[in-house]
Write a protein that binds this ligand. Structure first.
Ligand code: MG
Length: 395
């Protein structure tokens, strides 16, 4: 395709803009500033890096996959040291380990983790008995009880009709799965679950809680709203909900087998003190104050009588998060000192500072845009004048 001359010039400008954007990405004065619900700027360089996790591998029928590096392993196919009977603390379970899987011994009761688990990503694999017995809820029935309270149904409803809200991967009695993606009995099924418990404060739900489930990689619960715990025949009743509880697996009288069970605790939601997401103004301002204090401390370390720029920039950065009279005053002093030094420079030495001056001018524009300094701040106006006089924006 041949580009028209005008389109070619537009492309050239866009390409230049892209280069400029890439060059500025390391600057703290770049994306939209923090606001009353977000303590971080857009593309904020001060925002902590996510932790490194080495991903695991997928399971095959023959072999369980490897969990991610930060997973807490509850059952690796060898022993039940992290589990106990649901009857009481320290009571050994009668469930048995056979061929790399734990098996429910009918009549022995639920099994539960010794760990108390709250919000988590949970991976569970299970298989219903190959010998098909029973119908509807009587075939290959067990259950994954999150915090011992919310049942994600385990059931062999492969060619086995039952009520929709009791099918495999249903939030039992609350919400049917979006699809029936079961494999035949005897094959391992995988559940990947994201669980956010209901949060109550002063007797009121401030977050109802949600669960997302993938059954064999197919989305079957899409951020399903919880309504408290689940139960048989009874609608769940909202009410106070603990912060954590044991994971339980159900004995429903069928020898269902489990393998490769692990979880990853999830970070706090904004509503309970997390600092990502849409925060309350109070929480946002507290975090912004914390970041600003860290930057002011850092500015102290950058004091250099020969070069006021690094300290000045760090203080300017801190002011984007939080106004502070002393920091503003000190930044102004440093700016005055810097501008006075400029007056002493020969034209050649001033020209050598062209890029620095343009950057500082951009910083003042950013600060004015987000009301940290007035639009007619002296340093900003002076920098604009110098750059205009030398026509540096064009050169
Ligand atoms: Mg069940």
């Amino acid at each position: 395709m041949k580009l028209s001359p005008s389109l070619t010039s537009v492309c050239a400008v866009l390409s230049l803009a892209a280069t400029a954007t890439a060059a500025n990405t390391g600057s703290p004065f770049y994306g939209d500033a923090p606001d009353e619900h977000h303590p971080w700027a857009i593309h904020d360089q001060n925002r902590p890096q996510p932790k490194l996790v080495t991903p695991g591998t997928f399971s095959s029928q023959e072999q369980p996959g490897k969990p991610p590096s930060d997973a807490v392993i509850l059952f690796d196919g060898t022993e039940l040291g992290k589990w106990e009977a649901d009857e009481g603390e320290g009571v050994p379970t009668k469930w048995v380990v056979k061929n790399g899987a734990m098996e429910c011994v009918p009549g022995s009761g639920y099994i539960r983790t010794k760990d108390k688990i709250g919000d988590c990503q949970l991976h569970v694999e299970w298989t219903a008995p190959t010998k098909v017995q029973g119908e509807s809820q009587g075939r290959g029935n067990s259950g994954v009880f999150l915090m011992g309270l919310v049942e994600i149904q385990v059931l062999d409803n492969y060619n086995n009709p039952t009520y929709a809200d009791g099918m495999a991967a249903a939030v039992y009695g609350v919400n049917p799965p979006l699809a029936n993606a079961l494999r035949p009995p005897g094959e391992f099924q995988t559940y990947d679950i994201v669980f956010r418990r209901p949060i109550y404060k002063d007797g009121k739900a401030i977050d109802p809680g949600y669960v997302t489930v993938f059954e064999n990689g197919v989305l079957v619960q899409d951020h399903t709203r919880l309504e408290g715990g689940t139960g048989h025949m009874a609608r769940s009743k909202p009410g106070p909900f603990p912060e954590a509880g044991p994971l339980k697996l159900q004995d429903h009288g069928n020898p269902v087998r489990y393998r490769n069970i692990w979880y990853r605790p999830l970070p706090q939601r904004a509503i309970e003190g997390g600092t990502d997401g849409y925060l309350t103004t109070e929480a946002t301002m507290a975090k912004r104050a914390e970041i600003a204090a860290m930057l002011r401390q850092d500015a102290e370390k950058l004091k250099d009588p020969a070069n006021p720029v690094p300290e000045m920039l760090r203080l300017a950065e801190s002011l984007v998060y939080e106004h502070d009279d002393a920091a503003l005053q000190r930044a102004k002093e440093l700016a005055d000192q810097y501008m006075a030094q400029l007056q002493q420079l020969s034209p050649d030495k001033l020209a050598a500072k062209k890029d620095e001056l343009k950057h500082l001018r951009d910083v003042t524009k950013y600060l004015a845009r987000f009301d940290v300094i007035p639009d007619d701040a002296e340093t900003k106006v002076q920098l604009e004048q110098i750059i205009k006089e030398h026509n540096w924006d064009k050169k």
